[in-house]
Design a binder for this molecule. Structure first.
Ligand SMILES: NC(=O)C1=CN([C@@H]2O[C@H](COP(=O)(O)OP(=O)(O)OC[C@H]3O[C@@H](n4cnc5c(N)ncnc54)[C@H](O)[C@@H]3O)[C@@H](O)[C@H]2O)C=CC1
Ligand SMILES: O=C(O)C1=N[C@H](C(=O)O)C[C@H](O)C1
Length: 263
């Protein structure tokens, strides 16, 4: 099928490689310097566009692609507050959108396990939850979109957890002295987080593609589940599969709808 790539950074390059491996044609590549290509015939000829850019640019890109009649798969994170506006614009344009904080099949499995665990923990008040995410130092948003999605799953399933709270960010490439200060700030903030809130901690280190850790701790033990991405290929493969899935559809879809359909 004919695919347009919006955002030719780390994910855009991985998506291009995997889309070509799966026999697709890349008809248009749009990055910050050539956004006028949205108006090109090549872009309009795409059967789906895959958007991985930045929190501030994703909403306009999705709406622009939808206005050209191209179904959109969006992996950009950090724009949740504009979701309703974007979805309305896509529906008004008669378009299609599947936006997800994480396209990896493994994260989909992990999230289901985390939800099940949270459901069980609803009956075990001695366990306190914690969520930590680790990503590369270039990441613009925190906590990660995936962490927010996992947190929302825990909140849905465990009645005594009514929300999540940002515990802070720890830059692990900082000097020892800076790290000590950040750790002290995080510890101070952690003490202020009420027991009905899930603390979410962000760590930034080197080129880590993405690690998410959910733990439930009681006075006598701890249960910990981890998803660790080995590269960006799992995210890129899921995004290309999502483009294949959405090409013939109209409307707003979730990753769960797609995964339930294909798995
Ligand atoms: N949903 C998922 O599975 C995943 C989501 N992400 C998210 O995807 C986004 C991109 O991640 P990376 O590729 O690692 O970032 P990156 O920084 O390597 O690439 C972003 C690209 O977008 C381009 N860009 C900026 N403004 C633009 C505009 N107005 N139009 C078109 N292109 C524009 C930049 O020039 C850059 O090439 C981030 O929000 C990240 O959190 C990343 C990995 C997996
Ligand atoms: O910025 C990244 O790299 C990633 N972002 C997504 C997120 O915010 O959850 C998905 C993945 O963890 C990598």
């Amino acid at each position: 099928m004919r695919i347009a790539i919006i955002g030719y950074g780390k994910m855009g390059h991985a998506i291009e490689r995997i889309a070509l491996e799966r026999g697709h044609e890349i008809v248009s590549v749009i990055d910050a310097g050539n956004t006028d290509s949205f108006d090109s015939e090549e872009f309009a000829s795409a059967e789906a566009a895959i958007e991985f850019t930045t929190p501030s640019t994703a909403p306009a890109n999705i709406m622009r692609a939808a206005s050209k009649g191209v179904p959109v798969v969006c992996g950009s994170t950090g724009w949740a507050e504009r979701r309703a506006e974007v979805e309305k614009a896509v529906l008004d344009a008669g378009g299609a959108l599947l936006a997800s904080s994480n396209f990896s099949i493994g994260v989909h499995v992990f999230n289901n396990i985390s939800r099940r665990l949270a459901h069980i923990m609803g009956k075990l008040p001695q366990y306190t939850p914690h969520l930590a995410e680790t990503h590369h130092i270039h990441k613009l948003d925190h906590p990660s979109g995936t962490a927010i999605t996992i947190a929302e799953g825990i909140i849905d399933e465990c009645p005594r957890i009514s929300g999540w709270e940002d515990e802070g960010i720890l830059w692990m490439n900082a000097t020892e002295q800076e790290q000590e200060k950040m750790t002290a700030d995080i510890a101070r903030r952690a003490k202020e987080i009420p027991s009905d809130k899930l603390p979410v901690l962000a760590l930034r280190k080197d080129e880590v593609p993405g690690i998410h850790v959910v733990s439930w701790e009681s006075p006598v033990d701890a249960i910990t589940i981890t998803h660790s991405a080995k590269s960006r290929d799992g995210f890129a493969l899921g995004a290309v599969m999502a483009a294949e899935w959405i090409a013939s559809r109209k409307g707003i879809y979730t990753i769960d709808q797609m995964m339930d359909d294909i798995l």
